[in-house]
Design a protein around this ligand. Sequence first.
Ligand SMILES: C[S@@+](CC[C@H](N)C(=O)[O-])C[C@H]1O[C@@H](n2cnc3c(N)ncnc32)[C@H](O)[C@@H]1O
Length: 300
Amino acid sequence: MPASPSPLPESAIVARLRAVGCVFAEDEARLLLAAARTPAGLAAMVDRRAAGQPLEHVLGWAEFCGLRMAVDPGVFVPRRRTEFLVRQAAALARQAADPADPADPADPADPADPAGPGGQAPGRARLIVVDLCCGSGAVGAALAATLGHVELHAVDIDPAAVRCARRNVAAAGGQVYEGDLCAPLPATLRGRVDILVANAPYVPTEEVGMLPPEARLHEPRVALDGGADGLDILRRVTAAAPRWLAPGGHLLFETSERQAPRAVAAVTRSGLIPHLASSGRLNATVVAGARPAAAGGPGG
Ligand SMILES: C[S@@+](CC[C@H](N)C(=O)[O-])C[C@H]1O[C@@H](n2cnc3c(N)ncnc32)[C@H](O)[C@@H]1O
């Protein structure tokens, strides 16, 4: 319920936010006014935002792929660029569901429509989607909403992220596990996963200190630090992926453009067929790896 009457007029909120450097002060003021339940609540939210907390932590949600995802304080805020990972995964999932689908994953659907609901061939078993390093669960939840009927499993090592993700994947009936990468996944998923997405931490350790304060001070280090070259966790994900992917299944993860050649080399070493896609508009790079459809038993 919007706070009304407000002790803080919109113009005063805008001025306060602008004074601390909020570029979209008008938009943020409107969102805070709409979210606050009481005048005191509004004042507290404005104080938190003016003190530098990410807007999404103050509001308790972030918009991602046109959906509202719950984001608790201390949990990584899903980034707009990661919508490209969802679109790439949705395009490959559609191909897995219906190999006759001519969708070109390098040129995914209209950005305004991340993929549109549905997309599985009638009669096919539900696609199995795993979201590793799920944070708030936004990637898996958006993918499930885009594709419709999927079996969704998500993992994070951080208990706060796991609690938050459980709320976001509930609509898809998904399961969230706490633990290290694939370790907590049910063994019954081995060799059966159609889409394995991982927006893992990929900031090189030395660059974490250069991130904007909203990330550096309000998102956990475990969500950001990817080791010396930023690829430590992604190399582990890539090495594990062939054991979990179904024949013809796909691994997808986000990197920086600079890291992409080394990430592609890791995918190739793991025995997957690499594919690189990028979006200039979203400044996003996605590395994918397909398990060959004709492969024998799960390797890796
Ligand atoms: C960059 S955040 C991305 C979160 C989410 N995928 C998104 O795009 O919004 C990376 C996440 O990986 C989790 N993480 C880091 N190391 C992990 C590990 N070894 N196993 C599982 N999760 C891990 C962090 O807790 C964090 O939530």
